[in-house]
Design a protein. Structure first.
Length: 235
């Protein structure tokens, strides 16, 4: 685990120069991975929460948090119980905090400008079995992650002035009509009115969204949608 932490160039990750301290990220994660009691876990958490991945006093999250999340989940799985609790608390704080206006997005397999909260949510979904096995706190994190849904377009058909977009969804698309960000090739566009066309089938990732006032050509296969509200989260 320490090798994975040291393999990250924390100084190369952008962040607010007055708040983000890359050295705290690296030191804090190493210390948390090695923590053997509550005091050591708390000291490591203070490094990470005081400028390493979040700035607790400002309720701000940094892009480094998206990189640190899988490492924190490894610590939650393998570390001391006190380190586990600290790691989960930090992930929870990162998911709910707001980024500085100039440092709101990160690169993920689903896009190059994904909101930090959505990137963290994807990391949590990737460890569903682990979190589900960690009791109520893990299940609550998964429930919070579900609010940061993602939809990948497979094909579209015209339906009057609207488009029915078929594809795969993770997370929970809320009821009603919502704005969404469309990500494709590094570009981001906002779709003002998107709604779930059919109720989701239990256990299936297949879904159909109605995109109002848009033609199929504007929604190419491979494009990915995220909640627009996540892109609007700024400190």
């Amino acid at each position: 685990m320490l090798d994975a932490i040291d393999a990250v160039d924390w100084g190369a990750i952008p962040g607010h120069p007055d708040w983000y301290e890359p050295a705290r990220a690296a030191r804090g994660l190493r210390a948390l991975a090695d923590a053997a009691n509550m005091v050591e876990a708390a000291q490591a958490g203070s490094l990470l929460g005081g400028g390493g991945i979040v700035h607790g006093h400002s309720a701000a999250v940094f892009p480094a948090a998206a990189v640190a999340t899988p490492l924190l989940l490894d610590i939650a799985q393998q570390g001391h119980p006190a380190a586990r609790d600290t790691a989960l608390g930090l992930v929870d704080e990162a998911l709910s905090s707001y980024p500085h206006a100039e440092y709101t997005r990160v690169t993920t397999p689903y896009g190059t400008a994904v909101p930090i909260c959505c990137a963290i949510a994807d990391q949590l979904r990737a460890r569903t079995a682990l979190l589900a096995g960690l009791g109520e706190r893990g299940r609550l994190l998964l429930a919070d992650a579900a609010e940061h849904w993602r939809f990948e377009i497979r094909e579209c058909v015209a339906d009057g002035n609207d488009t029915a977009a078929f594809g795969t969804r993770v997370g929970r698309f809320p009821g009603g009509v919502h704005a969404a960000e469309l990500h494709l090739g590094g570009e981001v566009a906002v779709l003002d009115e998107v709604a779930l066309e059919y109720p989701s089938v239990e256990g299936s990732v297949e879904a159909c969204l109605r995109v109002r006032g848009r033609r199929p050509g504007e929604l190419p296969p491979g494009a990915v949608l995220f909640p627009a509200v996540c892109g609007e989260r700024v400190h």
